[in-house]
Design a protein around this ligand. Sequence first.
Ligand SMILES: [Zn+2]
Length: 246
Amino acid sequence: MSRLLSAACGCTALLMHTVAFAQSGDVPDWVYGDGELPEKWSVTNEAYGACDAGAMQSPIDLAETNARGDISLSASYGVAEGKLKLGPRKVQVDVGPGMGMISGERLYSLLQMHFHTPAEHVLHDKRYPLVVHLVHGSQKGHFAVLGVAFEEGEANPALQPIIDAMEANRSAFEFDVAKLVPDDLSVYRYMGSLTTPPCTEGVNWHVADNVLTASPEQIAMFVSRLGNSNRSLQPVNNRLVVGPEG
Ligand SMILES: [Zn+2]
């Protein structure tokens, strides 16, 4: 009897563990499509209604820019202690307070950055092989994201500590966030959404026009970890999409 009881307790503990994992988002109840057809995430979870019913979703094709202008954006990033969080199709690095950007006279603090392979927004008529999304929050709870794409070329010095931490199964490391952002920060800007469920709208999106390089080995490391992790393109509808002058 005691054997049975302990077995039952073991099962319950395992079940609770699994539930806790699902709730923490480590076992997602959604999957990526092929990057072309809509994913229909609200079919599996009605809490994801905005993903399919929303009219301001991301990513988009930036060729659909419908205005040009000087976009006021200033950013301040530097050396930080990163905390690596890995999950299925997730490579995320959390950072402490102290860095961020000012867009449209609103201050956004950098919270975390994560990667997608290939890039989600179509920029210069293509999806680059790797993108970093720097996710920021304002004091009033508004989100702003800065996306920076990578093409094959020279190794990027800020990606290497992240890769080394992944390979060594180490959580904490130091890296220079400024090296993940181009010196000339010309951006596309529009109002969109989180690109993963629950696809919350009201996200102030910025995508850097200038692309950085990463070595083929660095890109391959992210691809092997993330697989296809890009959401399909979403309709622009009647949104304002401002591109850099030039
Ligand atoms: Zn993202």
